[in-house]
Design a protein around this ligand. Structure first.
Ligand SMILES: Cc1cc2nc3c(=O)[nH]c(=O)nc-3n(C[C@H](O)[C@H](O)[C@H](O)COP(=O)(O)O)c2cc1C
Length: 172
């Protein structure tokens, strides 16, 4: 797919077909994340692939936020590998790094004919507990992936409402 078409086609898919994601596609998606830029090339991301009922069930109350997608990527940061900026005390780029990784994967999924939705409606400490993650592994976002159902469409009032460039770009 042309890059412009990927950008235009993407929307948050909240209804999925009961159809597996092919292994080759999943690997391509994960590899698109692997190639993402990260601060000082620290690559702090750790990506947990949830693709069976048992692992998706461990999301507990947050499972409903994954809308029945057959694969959920739990994008985490390894805080032991994250980049901290010494000129701003305590500031780390880990969320930025993982968000760029997640964006790469999201766009590759669309490129491969799949749908995704970015999820941050969770308490990261609860997920750490539920997946027995060590304290240095912090969940940043969830990315459900799958084939959108035939009646899937974008959420009105969200996807179709964008500010104009004039409202958000300031030339100085
Ligand atoms: C950082 C971030 C967090 C989000 N969290 C959620 C979420 O928890 N649940 C959800 O349904 N959508 C979530 N979304 C999707 C947004 O609601 C969606 O991208 C926005 O409304 C624009 O719609 P579109 O993606 O269809 O263009 C999130 C998106 C981003 C970028």
């Amino acid at each position: 797919m042309k890059f412009d078409d990927v950008i235009k086609k993407r929307y948050s898919v909240r209804s999925y077909k009961d159809k597996e994601v092919e292994e080759e596609k999943l690997i391509k998606i994960l590899d698109a994340g692997r190639l993402a830029p990260t601060a000082k090339n620290t690559q702090p991301q750790k990506i947990y692939v949830l693709r069976n009922k048992e692992s998706i069930d461990r999301l507990g109350e947050y499972k409903r936020m994954t809308y029945g997608a057959p694969v959920v990527l739990m994008v985490c940061a390894d805080m032991d590998e994250a980049c901290f900026i010494p000129i701003e005390e305590g500031y780390s780029t880990y969320e930025m790094d993982c968000s760029i990784v997640c964006t790469h994967m999201m766009l590759e999924a669309v490129n491969l004919g799949l749908g995704t939705v970015w999820i941050r409606w969770f308490n990261s400490k609860e997920l750490q507990k539920s997946f027995d993650l060590p304290s240095n592994i912090v969940p940043v976002c969830l990315l459900p992936i799958g084939y959108e159902s035939d009646d899937s469409t974008y959420r009105k009032g969200f996807h179709d409402v964008r500010k104009s460039l004039l409202d958000e770009v300031i030339y100085m």
